[in-house]
Design a protein. Structure first.
Length: 175
């Protein structure tokens, strides 16, 4: 009887150890899932929610606010301000396209800005007809860095339901 009790006691101890290891593994899996969710950052937006409009020309540089949001995973893009705020440190890729109907005296141009500093510009000037210009850039961002587009002074930017003027970005990898 003692031998049987020892065997049962050993099996109970083994089961307790197995259950403990299973709980640890389950917690690790949940932590990895949450970590993976945080690292999913992407947005894509166009200028207008409906209709068509030509913005500008303005006598000063003006931040562009892209109101028609197609994708906003992690909610890092704010459609009320036009600002993308990096939720974590990493390498991000941004692309934007600026549309315009040709005009003899006004080009179309927008600059990508990081924390107030000019990074690059998309510029197009044609006298008539439709034109567009686009750019892309990959940037290392720190948590809280802000990226947005700024329309250059004395330029015009066009958008309509075909979504000619867009701004997109996504996290490539964390650092």
């Amino acid at each position: 009887m003692n031998v049987l009790l020892c065997m049962i006691s050993a099996q109970i101890e083994d089961l307790i150890n197995i259950k403990s290891r299973a709980n640890i593994t389950e917690n690790q899996v949940e932590a990895l899932k949450k970590e993976g969710e945080v690292k999913r950052v992407a947005f894509s937006a166009s200028l207008l929610t409906s209709g068509s409009a030509t913005l500008g020309p303005y006598n000063t540089n003006v931040p562009l606010v892209f109101r028609h949001v197609t994708t906003n995973i992690a909610n890092a893009y704010n459609p009320n301000t036009g600002f993308f705020t990096a939720p974590l440190r990493g390498v991000y890729h941004f692309e934007f396209c600026v549309g315009a109907h040709g005009h003899p005296s006004h080009a179309s141009a927008a600059a990508l800005v990081k924390n107030g500093a000019h990074i690059l510009v998309a510029y197009e000037h044609q006298v008539n007809g439709f034109g567009s210009s686009g750019k892309g850039v990959t940037l290392l961002l720190e948590t809280g860095d802000v990226v947005f587009l700024r329309q250059w002074s004395n330029t015009r930017i066009f958008d309509d339901s075909s979504r000619h003027t867009t701004f997109s970005g996504h996290l490539i990898f964390t650092m």
